[in-house]
Design a protein around this ligand. Structure first.
Ligand code: NAG
Ligand code: NAG
Length: 376
């Protein structure tokens, strides 16, 4: 990641408030008649609340109804127009406006932390610099290679940075060792507190350095997730049957989707994006083409790339909002669309963990001084 432009990636509590509940619920289908009158829209709002089990106080319900209506109209008209390669869905973020969603991602204290906060040093260089772009595969999907765990849900906690970190560490560990092990976001939240801020946000680069300096990261099972700040439990972490180690991290040269592709062809990569747009909020399926800016506020991970049947190139991105959002928890984001920094800034601050091949321990050979005679 770049130095000064660093942002703490913060995901606010309200995203989570909605998140915790609707994991098992399908989306509410929208039909013209649902938008026909105020009564129909109120009825839809009530059905949405039930389906997503979002408890709303009477007064709050009336306050949020305006936002709900405008979101519903936005989603419905987008899908009816059908002039974009992606579709939207009325999901559990249905009565949150853009500012609330945005505020969720960028708390006011973030600027201070960003200004003062040290950024963990990367291993110099870019290990995939020598990859010949014309040798890159047409498509890459680390899920098919068994290097990606199931989609997780960060819940009521701004811990996207921990989830993003864990995806790329799980990935390189699976690639180097052949073992796919689900790792602990909670250990990062509880223990990586020198530079990161738990549920109030953090940076993937700092998290990579914590894992390096700590001598590894515990498994998800040994140190499970509970979506809130906790006290670092070294005993729990040390009791992990496996501890996954890395040697550090490297940054992908900024603002080049070509460089990013070289890295992604070799391992899942952690990226920061601008996820605050209304379309992103309600993304359902297809290749996402925007709108979004480049105010990086969310940490996710690129686990592949490809080209769809219409010839549209995309990045396959794993999110941490559960499987009910997007394409079973994933979003395909437009690749090589001619945006500097990539769509939503995806190529601005990409980084990945470095883990050298673990070599089998050499069999110790008895040392003999020169000239010493073999003992029989
Ligand atoms: C990259 O690969 C292509 C085709 O294999 C080859 O023609 C080209 O010379 C290579 N470029 C470099 C810089 O090695
Ligand atoms: C969580 O912990 C971090 C420090 O690790 C702190 O900055 C943040 O304010 C805490 N959040 C809550 C909600 O207690």
């Amino acid at each position: 990641m770049g130095q000064l432009s660093k942002k703490l990636l913060v995901l606010a509590a309200m995203v989570a408030a909605a998140l915790a509940v609707a994991e098992l619920c399908g989306a509410i289908p929208l039909e013209d008649k649902d938008l026909e009158s105020e009564e129909a829209l109120w009825d839809l709002y009530e059905r949405w609340q039930t389906a997503h089990r979002v408890p709303r106080h009477h007064v709050e319900k009336h306050r949020r109804f305006g936002t709900f209506k405008s979101n519903v109209r936005f989603i419905h008209s987008h899908n009816k127009r059908g002039d974009r390669p992606y579709r939207l869905r009325l999901n559990r973020f249905g009565d949150m406006d853009r500012h609330e969603f945005r505020a969720t991602f960028a708390g006011s204290h973030v600027n201070d932390l960003q200004r003062d906060g040290p950024v963990a040093p990367a291993i110099p260089g870019f290990m995939y610099a020598g990859v010949n772009v014309s040798d890159l595969p047409q498509s890459v999907d680390w899920r098919e290679q068994g290097a990606v765990t199931g989609v997780k849900n960060q819940g009521k906690c701004g811990s996207c940075w921990a989830f993003s970190t864990v995806v790329s560490v799980e990935g390189i560990n699976a690639i180097r060792t052949g073992q796919l092990v689900s790792l602990s976001e909670q250990e990062l939240i509880d223990c990586d507190t020198a530079d990161n801020n738990g549920c109030q946000g953090g940076l993937m680069d700092n998290a990579f350095e914590y894992i390096k300096n700590n001598g590894g990261l515990a498994t998800e099972d040994a140190y499970p997730y509970h979506a809130s700040n906790g006290t670092c439990d070294a005993v729990e972490a040390k009791g992990s049957p496996v501890v996954v180690r890395i040697d550090g991290h490297q940054d992908v040269p900024a603002n080049s989707e070509e460089e990013l592709a070289k890295a992604v062809a070799n391992q899942p990569v952690s990226v920061a994006i601008d996820a605050s747009g209304q379309a992103f909020q309600f993304y359902s399926a297809g290749v996402f083409t925007g709108e979004c800016g480049t105010e990086l506020d969310h940490g996710v991970a690129v686990v592949g790339y490809g080209v769809d049947s219409d010839g549209m190139a995309y990045w396959t991105v794993k999110n941490s909002w559960g499987t009910a959002w997007g394409e079973k928890g994933y979003i395909r984001m437009q690749k090589d669309g001619g945006f500097s920094g990539g769509l939503c800034g995806i190529a601005m601050e990409a980084s990945y963990p470095v883990k050298t091949q673990s070599k089998p321990k050499p069999t110790p050979t008895p040392r003999r001084a020169l000239g010493e005679r073999k003992s029989q």
